[in-house]
Design a protein around this ligand. Structure first.
Ligand code: FAD
Length: 461
Protein backbone atom coordinates (compact mmCIF):
# COMPACT_ATOMS: atom_id res chain seq x y z
CA UNK A 1 0.00 0.00 0.00
CA UNK A 2 1.37 3.40 -0.99
CA UNK A 3 -0.20 5.71 1.56
CA UNK A 4 1.83 8.80 0.72
CA UNK A 5 0.90 8.65 -2.95
CA UNK A 6 -2.79 8.17 -2.11
CA UNK A 7 -2.81 11.06 0.36
CA UNK A 8 -1.05 13.33 -2.11
CA UNK A 9 -3.56 12.46 -4.83
CA UNK A 10 -6.50 13.14 -2.49
CA UNK A 11 -5.08 16.25 -0.79
CA UNK A 12 -7.53 18.59 -2.56
CA UNK A 13 -10.44 16.79 -0.85
CA UNK A 14 -11.49 17.01 2.82
CA UNK A 15 -8.56 14.96 4.16
CA UNK A 16 -7.93 14.37 7.86
CA UNK A 17 -4.44 13.29 8.91
CA UNK A 18 -4.69 14.26 12.57
CA UNK A 19 -3.93 11.06 14.57
CA UNK A 20 -6.42 11.80 17.38
CA UNK A 21 -9.36 12.43 15.08
CA UNK A 22 -8.37 9.54 12.79
CA UNK A 23 -8.46 7.27 15.82
CA UNK A 24 -11.90 8.60 16.84
CA UNK A 25 -13.28 8.08 13.32
CA UNK A 26 -11.85 4.56 13.19
CA UNK A 27 -14.03 3.33 16.03
CA UNK A 28 -17.63 2.25 16.29
CA UNK A 29 -19.61 0.65 19.12
CA UNK A 30 -17.55 -2.58 18.95
CA UNK A 31 -16.80 -2.14 22.66
CA UNK A 32 -20.28 -3.45 23.52
CA UNK A 33 -18.51 -6.78 23.17
CA UNK A 34 -15.68 -7.60 25.59
CA UNK A 35 -14.48 -10.12 22.99
CA UNK A 36 -14.18 -7.51 20.23
CA UNK A 37 -12.82 -4.93 22.67
CA UNK A 38 -9.92 -7.25 23.49
CA UNK A 39 -9.10 -7.71 19.81
CA UNK A 40 -9.93 -4.44 18.06
CA UNK A 41 -9.23 -1.66 20.55
CA UNK A 42 -5.99 -0.65 18.83
CA UNK A 43 -7.44 -0.57 15.31
CA UNK A 44 -6.97 2.72 13.49
CA UNK A 45 -6.86 4.02 9.92
CA UNK A 46 -4.00 6.00 8.37
CA UNK A 47 -6.19 8.82 7.08
CA UNK A 48 -9.81 9.87 6.80
CA UNK A 49 -11.37 11.41 3.74
CA UNK A 50 -14.83 12.97 3.67
CA UNK A 51 -16.32 13.09 0.16
CA UNK A 52 -19.25 15.40 -0.47
CA UNK A 53 -20.40 14.04 -3.84
CA UNK A 54 -20.56 10.76 -5.72
CA UNK A 55 -17.83 12.07 -8.02
CA UNK A 56 -15.55 12.45 -4.98
CA UNK A 57 -16.41 8.91 -3.82
CA UNK A 58 -15.39 7.64 -7.26
CA UNK A 59 -12.15 9.59 -7.03
CA UNK A 60 -11.31 8.18 -3.58
CA UNK A 61 -11.98 4.61 -4.71
CA UNK A 62 -10.00 5.04 -7.91
CA UNK A 63 -6.97 6.56 -6.16
CA UNK A 64 -7.00 3.99 -3.35
CA UNK A 65 -7.34 1.19 -5.89
CA UNK A 66 -4.34 2.49 -7.81
CA UNK A 67 -2.23 2.63 -4.63
CA UNK A 68 -3.53 -0.56 -2.97
CA UNK A 69 -4.99 1.30 0.01
CA UNK A 70 -7.87 -0.42 1.87
CA UNK A 71 -11.06 1.63 2.22
CA UNK A 72 -13.49 1.24 5.10
CA UNK A 73 -16.66 3.30 4.78
CA UNK A 74 -18.19 5.06 7.75
CA UNK A 75 -21.65 6.48 8.26
CA UNK A 76 -21.59 7.69 11.84
CA UNK A 77 -19.98 4.59 13.36
CA UNK A 78 -22.80 3.34 15.61
CA UNK A 79 -22.54 -0.31 14.52
CA UNK A 80 -21.89 -2.89 17.25
CA UNK A 81 -20.14 -5.62 15.29
CA UNK A 82 -17.00 -3.61 14.52
CA UNK A 83 -18.42 -3.22 11.00
CA UNK A 84 -16.86 0.20 10.47
CA UNK A 85 -13.44 -0.60 12.00
CA UNK A 86 -10.57 -0.44 9.48
CA UNK A 87 -8.85 -3.71 10.41
CA UNK A 88 -6.00 -3.23 7.94
CA UNK A 89 -5.63 0.53 8.45
CA UNK A 90 -5.63 2.57 5.25
CA UNK A 91 -8.47 4.95 4.46
CA UNK A 92 -11.69 5.59 6.35
CA UNK A 93 -14.14 7.15 3.90
CA UNK A 94 -16.56 9.13 6.02
CA UNK A 95 -19.85 9.74 4.23
CA UNK A 96 -21.70 11.84 6.79
CA UNK A 97 -21.47 14.96 4.64
CA UNK A 98 -23.14 13.27 1.68
CA UNK A 99 -26.46 13.87 3.35
CA UNK A 100 -28.85 15.40 0.83
CA UNK A 101 -32.48 14.41 0.78
CA UNK A 102 -33.04 14.55 -2.95
CA UNK A 103 -36.69 13.80 -3.58
CA UNK A 104 -39.82 12.93 -1.61
CA UNK A 105 -42.78 11.39 -3.37
CA UNK A 106 -45.87 9.55 -2.12
CA UNK A 107 -44.51 6.29 -0.66
CA UNK A 108 -40.81 6.84 -1.42
CA UNK A 109 -37.81 9.02 -0.67
CA UNK A 110 -34.47 9.34 -2.48
CA UNK A 111 -31.50 10.20 -0.26
CA UNK A 112 -27.74 10.27 -0.10
CA UNK A 113 -26.17 7.70 2.24
CA UNK A 114 -25.00 10.13 4.93
CA UNK A 115 -28.49 11.46 5.68
CA UNK A 116 -29.44 10.79 9.29
CA UNK A 117 -32.55 8.66 9.84
CA UNK A 118 -33.96 11.46 11.97
CA UNK A 119 -33.37 14.08 9.27
CA UNK A 120 -35.10 11.92 6.68
CA UNK A 121 -38.14 11.52 8.93
CA UNK A 122 -38.20 15.23 9.63
CA UNK A 123 -38.02 16.04 5.92
CA UNK A 124 -40.85 13.60 5.14
CA UNK A 125 -43.10 14.87 7.98
CA UNK A 126 -45.90 15.44 8.66
CA UNK A 127 -47.54 12.89 6.37
CA UNK A 128 -44.82 10.29 5.76
CA UNK A 129 -41.96 8.60 7.61
CA UNK A 130 -39.45 5.76 7.18
CA UNK A 131 -41.01 2.33 7.60
CA UNK A 132 -38.35 1.36 10.11
CA UNK A 133 -35.27 2.74 11.80
CA UNK A 134 -32.61 1.62 14.22
CA UNK A 135 -33.04 2.96 17.73
CA UNK A 136 -30.01 5.13 16.85
CA UNK A 137 -32.49 7.18 14.76
CA UNK A 138 -31.06 10.45 16.06
CA UNK A 139 -27.44 9.70 15.14
CA UNK A 140 -27.20 6.94 12.51
CA UNK A 141 -27.10 7.32 8.71
CA UNK A 142 -29.39 5.58 6.26
CA UNK A 143 -26.37 4.18 4.37
CA UNK A 144 -24.96 2.66 7.56
CA UNK A 145 -28.37 1.29 8.50
CA UNK A 146 -28.81 -0.47 5.15
CA UNK A 147 -25.18 -1.68 4.93
CA UNK A 148 -24.74 -2.63 8.59
CA UNK A 149 -28.11 -2.83 10.35
CA UNK A 150 -30.99 -5.25 10.28
CA UNK A 151 -34.22 -3.58 11.35
CA UNK A 152 -35.64 -1.98 14.43
CA UNK A 153 -38.49 0.33 15.34
CA UNK A 154 -41.17 -0.49 12.76
CA UNK A 155 -40.06 -4.10 12.22
CA UNK A 156 -43.08 -5.30 14.18
CA UNK A 157 -45.16 -4.00 11.26
CA UNK A 158 -42.80 -4.20 8.30
CA UNK A 159 -40.30 -6.99 9.05
CA UNK A 160 -36.56 -6.59 8.52
CA UNK A 161 -34.58 -4.37 6.18
CA UNK A 162 -33.77 -7.29 3.91
CA UNK A 163 -37.40 -8.33 3.48
CA UNK A 164 -38.58 -7.73 -0.07
CA UNK A 165 -39.90 -4.24 -0.63
CA UNK A 166 -38.18 -2.58 2.32
CA UNK A 167 -35.45 -1.15 0.07
CA UNK A 168 -36.52 0.05 -3.37
CA UNK A 169 -33.20 0.86 -5.04
CA UNK A 170 -29.52 1.23 -4.20
CA UNK A 171 -26.96 3.07 -6.29
CA UNK A 172 -23.51 1.56 -5.88
CA UNK A 173 -19.95 2.50 -6.81
CA UNK A 174 -17.40 -0.27 -7.38
CA UNK A 175 -13.69 -0.24 -6.46
CA UNK A 176 -11.92 -0.97 -9.72
CA UNK A 177 -9.30 0.79 -11.83
CA UNK A 178 -12.26 2.61 -13.38
CA UNK A 179 -15.08 2.50 -10.78
CA UNK A 180 -18.53 1.82 -12.18
CA UNK A 181 -21.84 3.23 -10.94
CA UNK A 182 -24.63 0.65 -10.83
CA UNK A 183 -28.31 0.85 -9.89
CA UNK A 184 -29.62 -2.20 -8.06
CA UNK A 185 -33.27 -3.19 -7.70
CA UNK A 186 -35.01 -6.50 -6.98
CA UNK A 187 -32.73 -9.47 -6.24
CA UNK A 188 -29.64 -7.34 -6.93
CA UNK A 189 -30.28 -5.34 -3.75
CA UNK A 190 -29.19 -8.39 -1.74
CA UNK A 191 -25.71 -8.19 -3.19
CA UNK A 192 -25.00 -5.04 -1.28
CA UNK A 193 -27.48 -4.64 1.60
CA UNK A 194 -26.01 -5.74 4.93
CA UNK A 195 -22.63 -6.34 3.26
CA UNK A 196 -20.72 -3.94 5.56
CA UNK A 197 -19.42 -2.03 2.53
CA UNK A 198 -17.21 -4.99 1.57
CA UNK A 199 -18.22 -5.06 -2.07
CA UNK A 200 -19.35 -1.60 -3.10
CA UNK A 201 -20.25 1.81 -1.78
CA UNK A 202 -23.85 2.98 -1.66
CA UNK A 203 -24.13 6.55 -2.95
CA UNK A 204 -27.90 6.84 -3.23
CA UNK A 205 -30.87 5.03 -1.72
CA UNK A 206 -34.52 4.94 -2.60
CA UNK A 207 -36.51 3.86 0.44
CA UNK A 208 -40.22 3.17 0.91
CA UNK A 209 -42.22 5.37 3.26
CA UNK A 210 -45.21 4.70 5.49
CA UNK A 211 -47.92 7.07 6.73
CA UNK A 212 -46.60 9.15 9.64
CA UNK A 213 -48.30 9.33 13.03
CA UNK A 214 -47.72 11.09 16.29
CA UNK A 215 -47.14 7.68 17.89
CA UNK A 216 -48.36 7.27 21.46
CA UNK A 217 -45.43 5.92 23.47
CA UNK A 218 -46.46 3.64 26.28
CA UNK A 219 -44.99 1.65 29.16
CA UNK A 220 -47.07 -1.18 30.58
CA UNK A 221 -46.31 -3.40 33.59
CA UNK A 222 -47.34 -7.00 34.21
CA UNK A 223 -46.53 -9.16 37.20
CA UNK A 224 -45.30 -12.05 35.12
CA UNK A 225 -42.75 -12.13 32.26
CA UNK A 226 -44.52 -14.93 30.38
CA UNK A 227 -47.80 -12.97 30.51
CA UNK A 228 -45.99 -9.86 29.27
CA UNK A 229 -44.50 -11.77 26.38
CA UNK A 230 -47.86 -13.28 25.51
CA UNK A 231 -49.53 -9.87 25.62
CA UNK A 232 -46.91 -8.30 23.32
CA UNK A 233 -47.13 -11.22 20.90
CA UNK A 234 -50.94 -11.17 20.78
CA UNK A 235 -50.98 -7.40 20.32
CA UNK A 236 -48.69 -7.66 17.31
CA UNK A 237 -51.06 -10.27 15.87
CA UNK A 238 -54.08 -7.94 16.17
CA UNK A 239 -54.54 -6.95 12.54
CA UNK A 240 -56.60 -3.86 13.29
CA UNK A 241 -54.30 -2.24 15.88
CA UNK A 242 -51.43 -0.34 14.31
CA UNK A 243 -48.25 -0.44 16.40
CA UNK A 244 -44.66 0.47 15.61
CA UNK A 245 -42.87 -1.11 18.56
CA UNK A 246 -43.43 -3.88 21.09
CA UNK A 247 -40.57 -4.68 23.45
CA UNK A 248 -40.61 -6.86 26.56
CA UNK A 249 -38.20 -6.57 29.48
CA UNK A 250 -37.77 -9.25 32.10
CA UNK A 251 -37.39 -8.01 35.69
CA UNK A 252 -35.21 -6.41 36.90
CA UNK A 253 -34.09 -4.74 33.64
CA UNK A 254 -36.37 -1.71 34.08
CA UNK A 255 -35.92 -1.63 37.86
CA UNK A 256 -32.09 -1.68 37.66
CA UNK A 257 -31.23 0.06 34.40
CA UNK A 258 -34.06 2.47 33.45
CA UNK A 259 -33.60 5.20 36.04
CA UNK A 260 -36.65 7.29 35.10
CA UNK A 261 -38.93 4.29 34.71
CA UNK A 262 -37.81 2.33 37.78
CA UNK A 263 -39.77 4.35 40.40
CA UNK A 264 -43.01 3.39 38.63
CA UNK A 265 -42.34 -0.35 38.42
CA UNK A 266 -42.95 -2.87 41.20
CA UNK A 267 -40.46 -5.50 42.32
CA UNK A 268 -40.40 -8.44 39.95
CA UNK A 269 -42.67 -6.82 37.37
CA UNK A 270 -42.03 -7.17 33.67
CA UNK A 271 -42.30 -4.06 31.49
CA UNK A 272 -43.55 -3.72 27.92
CA UNK A 273 -42.67 -0.69 25.78
CA UNK A 274 -45.06 0.14 22.94
CA UNK A 275 -45.66 2.69 20.19
CA UNK A 276 -49.31 2.79 19.15
CA UNK A 277 -50.92 4.92 16.42
CA UNK A 278 -53.28 7.52 17.96
CA UNK A 279 -56.29 6.24 16.02
CA UNK A 280 -55.56 2.70 17.26
CA UNK A 281 -55.67 3.66 20.96
CA UNK A 282 -59.36 2.67 21.28
CA UNK A 283 -58.68 -0.83 19.99
CA UNK A 284 -55.50 -1.03 22.03
CA UNK A 285 -57.17 -0.10 25.32
CA UNK A 286 -59.92 -2.66 24.67
CA UNK A 287 -57.24 -5.28 23.97
CA UNK A 288 -55.30 -4.32 27.08
CA UNK A 289 -58.35 -4.63 29.33
CA UNK A 290 -58.35 -8.35 28.50
CA UNK A 291 -54.83 -8.74 29.91
CA UNK A 292 -53.46 -8.44 33.47
CA UNK A 293 -51.58 -5.30 32.46
CA UNK A 294 -51.37 -1.77 33.75
CA UNK A 295 -50.35 1.35 31.86
CA UNK A 296 -47.78 3.32 33.85
CA UNK A 297 -46.94 5.86 31.14
CA UNK A 298 -48.47 7.17 27.95
CA UNK A 299 -46.84 10.07 26.17
CA UNK A 300 -50.11 11.80 25.29
CA UNK A 301 -51.33 12.18 28.88
CA UNK A 302 -48.95 11.04 31.65
CA UNK A 303 -46.70 13.54 33.43
CA UNK A 304 -43.73 12.15 35.33
CA UNK A 305 -41.44 14.43 37.33
CA UNK A 306 -38.64 13.13 35.14
CA UNK A 307 -39.96 12.42 31.66
CA UNK A 308 -38.64 9.20 30.09
CA UNK A 309 -37.82 10.73 26.68
CA UNK A 310 -38.23 8.71 23.49
CA UNK A 311 -39.44 5.23 24.42
CA UNK A 312 -37.63 3.57 21.53
CA UNK A 313 -34.39 4.72 23.15
CA UNK A 314 -35.02 2.06 25.81
CA UNK A 315 -35.43 -0.61 23.16
CA UNK A 316 -33.38 -2.49 20.58
CA UNK A 317 -29.72 -1.98 21.38
CA UNK A 318 -30.38 1.01 23.60
CA UNK A 319 -31.39 -1.46 26.30
CA UNK A 320 -27.83 -2.82 26.33
CA UNK A 321 -26.38 0.69 26.42
CA UNK A 322 -28.50 1.65 29.44
CA UNK A 323 -27.54 -1.56 31.25
CA UNK A 324 -23.83 -1.10 30.50
CA UNK A 325 -23.92 2.41 31.94
CA UNK A 326 -24.99 0.93 35.30
CA UNK A 327 -23.07 -2.35 35.19
CA UNK A 328 -19.95 -2.45 33.03
CA UNK A 329 -19.85 -6.25 33.12
CA UNK A 330 -23.01 -6.47 31.00
CA UNK A 331 -22.86 -7.47 27.38
CA UNK A 332 -25.49 -8.95 25.09
CA UNK A 333 -26.57 -11.58 22.60
CA UNK A 334 -28.67 -11.17 19.49
CA UNK A 335 -31.10 -14.08 19.44
CA UNK A 336 -33.73 -15.23 16.94
CA UNK A 337 -36.63 -17.16 18.45
CA UNK A 338 -38.41 -17.46 15.11
CA UNK A 339 -42.03 -17.08 14.09
CA UNK A 340 -43.19 -20.63 14.73
CA UNK A 341 -44.77 -20.28 18.18
CA UNK A 342 -41.69 -18.63 19.75
CA UNK A 343 -43.12 -18.12 23.25
CA UNK A 344 -42.23 -21.55 24.71
CA UNK A 345 -38.63 -21.22 23.46
CA UNK A 346 -38.24 -17.76 25.01
CA UNK A 347 -39.56 -19.16 28.30
CA UNK A 348 -37.25 -22.18 28.13
CA UNK A 349 -34.22 -19.99 27.54
CA UNK A 350 -35.28 -17.62 30.30
CA UNK A 351 -35.77 -20.46 32.76
CA UNK A 352 -32.35 -21.91 32.01
CA UNK A 353 -30.29 -18.72 32.18
CA UNK A 354 -32.00 -16.05 34.26
CA UNK A 355 -30.56 -14.01 35.95
CA UNK A 356 -27.18 -14.55 34.23
CA UNK A 357 -28.99 -13.80 30.97
CA UNK A 358 -31.99 -11.47 31.18
CA UNK A 359 -34.62 -11.50 28.48
CA UNK A 360 -35.11 -8.37 26.40
CA UNK A 361 -37.44 -9.43 23.61
CA UNK A 362 -38.27 -7.49 20.46
CA UNK A 363 -41.46 -8.47 18.68
CA UNK A 364 -41.03 -8.39 14.90
CA UNK A 365 -42.70 -9.81 11.81
CA UNK A 366 -41.30 -12.41 9.44
CA UNK A 367 -42.97 -14.00 6.44
CA UNK A 368 -46.32 -12.50 7.41
CA UNK A 369 -46.18 -13.91 10.94
CA UNK A 370 -45.36 -12.43 14.31
CA UNK A 371 -41.79 -13.31 15.29
CA UNK A 372 -39.61 -12.74 18.32
CA UNK A 373 -35.99 -11.79 18.62
CA UNK A 374 -33.93 -11.01 21.64
CA UNK A 375 -31.17 -8.62 22.52
CA UNK A 376 -30.62 -10.48 25.75
CA UNK A 377 -28.48 -8.93 28.47
CA UNK A 378 -25.63 -11.17 29.52
CA UNK A 379 -23.59 -10.87 32.70
CA UNK A 380 -20.15 -11.44 31.20
CA UNK A 381 -17.62 -13.57 33.07
CA UNK A 382 -15.34 -15.29 30.55
CA UNK A 383 -15.23 -15.86 26.80
CA UNK A 384 -15.56 -19.59 27.40
CA UNK A 385 -18.73 -19.10 29.40
CA UNK A 386 -20.14 -16.78 26.74
CA UNK A 387 -19.44 -19.40 24.06
CA UNK A 388 -21.11 -22.03 26.23
CA UNK A 389 -24.22 -19.84 26.67
CA UNK A 390 -24.35 -19.42 22.89
CA UNK A 391 -23.90 -23.15 22.33
CA UNK A 392 -26.76 -23.94 24.68
CA UNK A 393 -29.05 -21.39 22.99
CA UNK A 394 -28.37 -23.08 19.65
CA UNK A 395 -28.92 -26.50 21.17
CA UNK A 396 -32.33 -25.34 22.36
CA UNK A 397 -33.22 -24.18 18.84
CA UNK A 398 -32.56 -20.43 19.08
CA UNK A 399 -30.61 -18.69 16.34
CA UNK A 400 -27.63 -16.60 17.45
CA UNK A 401 -26.37 -13.64 15.42
CA UNK A 402 -23.14 -13.48 17.33
CA UNK A 403 -22.30 -9.86 18.17
CA UNK A 404 -18.90 -10.93 19.48
CA UNK A 405 -17.52 -11.51 15.99
CA UNK A 406 -16.47 -8.99 13.34
CA UNK A 407 -17.11 -11.01 10.18
CA UNK A 408 -20.31 -10.96 8.16
CA UNK A 409 -20.71 -14.71 8.33
CA UNK A 410 -20.17 -15.13 12.09
CA UNK A 411 -22.45 -12.19 12.87
CA UNK A 412 -25.04 -13.74 10.58
CA UNK A 413 -26.05 -17.31 9.93
CA UNK A 414 -22.49 -18.67 9.65
CA UNK A 415 -23.02 -19.36 5.98
CA UNK A 416 -21.51 -17.82 2.88
CA UNK A 417 -23.73 -15.35 1.06
CA UNK A 418 -22.87 -16.23 -2.53
CA UNK A 419 -24.58 -13.14 -3.93
CA UNK A 420 -22.33 -10.91 -1.85
CA UNK A 421 -19.22 -12.97 -2.58
CA UNK A 422 -19.79 -13.08 -6.33
CA UNK A 423 -20.40 -9.35 -6.46
CA UNK A 424 -17.21 -8.73 -4.47
CA UNK A 425 -15.22 -10.70 -7.05
CA UNK A 426 -16.59 -8.37 -9.71
CA UNK A 427 -16.66 -5.05 -7.86
CA UNK A 428 -13.58 -5.25 -5.61
CA UNK A 429 -11.07 -7.50 -7.40
CA UNK A 430 -8.17 -6.42 -5.19
CA UNK A 431 -10.14 -7.08 -1.98
CA UNK A 432 -9.59 -3.56 -0.67
CA UNK A 433 -13.10 -2.77 0.59
CA UNK A 434 -13.44 -3.19 4.38
CA UNK A 435 -10.97 -6.08 4.41
CA UNK A 436 -11.20 -8.84 7.00
CA UNK A 437 -14.98 -8.79 7.27
CA UNK A 438 -15.90 -11.51 4.72
CA UNK A 439 -14.50 -14.95 5.57
CA UNK A 440 -15.68 -16.41 2.25
CA UNK A 441 -13.33 -14.03 0.44
CA UNK A 442 -10.28 -14.75 2.61
CA UNK A 443 -10.69 -18.39 3.55
CA UNK A 444 -13.41 -20.20 1.56
CA UNK A 445 -12.75 -23.46 3.44
CA UNK A 446 -13.18 -22.03 6.91
CA UNK A 447 -15.03 -24.57 9.10
CA UNK A 448 -16.68 -22.16 11.59
CA UNK A 449 -15.46 -24.28 14.48
CA UNK A 450 -13.88 -21.37 16.36
CA UNK A 451 -13.64 -17.58 16.19
CA UNK A 452 -12.16 -16.44 12.90
CA UNK A 453 -9.01 -14.34 13.37
CA UNK A 454 -8.25 -12.45 10.18
CA UNK A 455 -4.50 -12.80 9.49
CA UNK A 456 -4.34 -9.30 8.00
CA UNK A 457 -5.50 -7.58 11.21
CA UNK A 458 -2.96 -4.88 12.00
CA UNK A 459 -0.97 -5.64 15.12
CA UNK A 460 -1.18 -3.26 18.08
CA UNK A 461 1.78 -0.84 18.14
P1 FAD B 1 -21.80 2.70 10.53
O1 FAD B 1 -21.63 2.05 11.86
O2 FAD B 1 -20.95 3.87 10.24
O3 FAD B 1 -21.60 1.63 9.38
C1 FAD B 1 -22.21 0.38 9.45
C2 FAD B 1 -21.65 -0.50 8.33
O4 FAD B 1 -22.09 -0.02 7.08
C3 FAD B 1 -20.12 -0.50 8.24
O5 FAD B 1 -19.69 -1.76 7.83
C4 FAD B 1 -19.81 0.51 7.15
O6 FAD B 1 -18.59 0.24 6.51
C5 FAD B 1 -20.98 0.30 6.22
N1 FAD B 1 -21.39 1.49 5.47
C6 FAD B 1 -21.75 2.70 5.98
N2 FAD B 1 -22.13 3.51 4.98
C7 FAD B 1 -22.01 2.80 3.83
C8 FAD B 1 -22.25 3.09 2.46
N3 FAD B 1 -22.72 4.29 2.06
N4 FAD B 1 -21.99 2.14 1.54
C9 FAD B 1 -21.53 0.92 1.91
N5 FAD B 1 -21.29 0.60 3.20
C10 FAD B 1 -21.53 1.52 4.13
N6 FAD B 1 -28.99 -1.61 14.48
C11 FAD B 1 -30.18 -2.02 14.00
O7 FAD B 1 -30.23 -2.59 12.91
N7 FAD B 1 -31.33 -1.82 14.72
C12 FAD B 1 -31.34 -1.18 15.91
O8 FAD B 1 -32.39 -0.92 16.47
C13 FAD B 1 -30.09 -0.75 16.45
N8 FAD B 1 -30.02 -0.14 17.66
C14 FAD B 1 -28.82 0.31 18.12
C15 FAD B 1 -28.75 0.99 19.36
C16 FAD B 1 -27.52 1.43 19.85
C17 FAD B 1 -27.48 2.18 21.16
C18 FAD B 1 -26.35 1.20 19.10
C19 FAD B 1 -25.02 1.69 19.60
C20 FAD B 1 -26.41 0.54 17.89
C21 FAD B 1 -27.64 0.10 17.37
N9 FAD B 1 -27.72 -0.53 16.13
C22 FAD B 1 -28.93 -0.98 15.67
C23 FAD B 1 -26.54 -0.62 15.26
C24 FAD B 1 -26.37 0.67 14.40
O9 FAD B 1 -26.67 1.82 15.16
C25 FAD B 1 -27.29 0.74 13.20
O10 FAD B 1 -27.14 -0.37 12.39
C26 FAD B 1 -27.06 2.03 12.40
O11 FAD B 1 -28.13 2.23 11.54
C27 FAD B 1 -25.74 2.09 11.67
O12 FAD B 1 -25.62 3.36 11.05
P2 FAD B 1 -24.24 4.13 11.05
O13 FAD B 1 -24.40 5.35 10.22
O14 FAD B 1 -23.74 4.35 12.41
O15 FAD B 1 -23.34 3.07 10.29
Amino acid sequence: MNLDAAKAALSHLDLDVNPASIKAKSRDFFWYSPVLKARLDHVTADFVVTPRTEAEVIEVLKVCHAHDVPVTTRGTGTGNYGQAMPLAGGCVMHLHKMNRIKDIQPGRVIVEPGALLKDIDEACAPHQELRMYSSTWATATIGGFVAGGSGGVGSVRWGGLRDLGNIIRLRVVTMEAEPRVLDFTGEEIHRISHAYGTNGIITELEMPLAPAYDWVQIFVTLDDFAAANRMAYDLAAEDGILIKLATVFEAPIAQDYFQRVAPHVGTGQAVVALMVAPHAMGGFLTFLARHPAQIIYRSDSTKWDREPGQIFEYCWNHTTLRAMKVDTSITYLQVGYGSDDPLPLVEEVRARFSPEVLQHVEVTRSGGRVAMGGLSLVKFTTEDRLDEIIRQHEEMGALIFNPHRYTLEEGGRQTVDLRQLEFKREADPKGLLNPGKMIAWDDPDWAYDRMYAWPGLRKAA
